[in-house]
Ligand binder design. Structure first.
Ligand SMILES: NC(=O)C1=CN([C@@H]2O[C@H](COP(=O)(O)OP(=O)(O)OC[C@H]3O[C@@H](n4cnc5c(N)ncnc54)[C@H](O)[C@@H]3O)[C@@H](O)[C@H]2O)[C@H](O)CC1
Ligand SMILES: [K+]
Length: 214
């Protein structure tokens, strides 16, 4: 069953109100995404570059970084903004854990020059919160991703694709694999040319959180 983006936010809020906090959803989302990635790709000693936006899509990317480090990957995060401008509590919480993990390299701002060639790029820039045309520094990050020939993995939805309508913004990521969360959003499967292999993974939200929504 496909759901709307509005329904997803309502379900998420209901689950949170039940006590299944968004930070737990985020943890499960990042862990489920990593499970799919490592099934496909041996990440041991591989260079993984994660572009992280300032909302909760970025937060999922931060969770992935921690898990991938545990799998022996060499992880670099490029936060697309300043750490003090991270927009949500759960994403900031994950950033603060990573600050205690020298195994993960943390970069921030809009300087997109790296001293390595990534084997995998993770797009955790924008998810269901997208609105309007893509702005900098996200535009440059999306260009960087699309100009790279490595394996590309999209968190929840390729950034720049509207998960409700399936329409694209001025610029958008073309990925090899996409993992969306809880249930498929209506617009995503319309653009399999952008998602690559597409999966919807459960993230522990109680089914009761759907009551009155679906
Ligand atoms: N579905 C779930 O149960 C869960 C989903 N999770 C992940 O959270 C994101 C949605 O997070 P949200 O913070 O609402 O939105 P985004 O991260 O997509 O982005 C919002 C952020 O981006 C800025 N922005 C919006 N449009 C643009 C634009 N065109 N150009 C530049 N910047 C833009 C805006 O200002 C906001 O700050 C969902 O996709 C999942 O990945 C959670 O982990 C919890 C479980
Ligand atoms: K994304």
């Amino acid at each position: 069953m496909e759901i709307t983006v509005d329904q997803m936010y309502q379900i998420e809020n209901n689950g949170h109100a039940m006590g299944f906090l968004k930070k737990f959803m985020m943890e499960n989302a990042g862990a489920a995404a990593v499970r799919r990635l490592v099934e496909k790709f041996d990440v041991t000693s591989k260079n993984i570059l994660i572009f992280v936006g300032m909302g909760n899509n970025g937060g999922d990317g931060l969770v992935m970084a921690r898990h991938l480090s545990g799998y022996g990957a060499i992880v670099t995060i490029q936060l697309l903004g300043s750490p003090d401008k991270i927009k949500t509590e759960e994403s900031s919480w994950n950033w603060s854990i990573l600050k205690k993990m020298p195994s993960v390299k943390l970069l921030s701002g809009d300087n997109l020059h790296f001293d390595f060639i990534p084997d995998v790029i993770i797009d955790a820039i924008l998810g269901t919160g997208i609105s309007g045309e893509i702005r900098e520094p996200y535009v440059s990050a999306i260009n960087y991703i699309n100009n790279s020939s490595c394996f590309k993995f999209a968190v929840d939805v390729p950034s720049g694709l509207d998960p409700q309508t399936g329409e694209t913004a001025n610029i958008f990521v073309k990925s090899d694999m996409t993992v969306t969360f809880h249930k498929m959003k209506q617009g995503i499967p319309k653009r399999k040319d952008l998602t690559g292999e597409l999966y919807a993974e459960k993230i522990g939200i109680p089914p009761e959180a759907e009551e009155g929504v679906l």
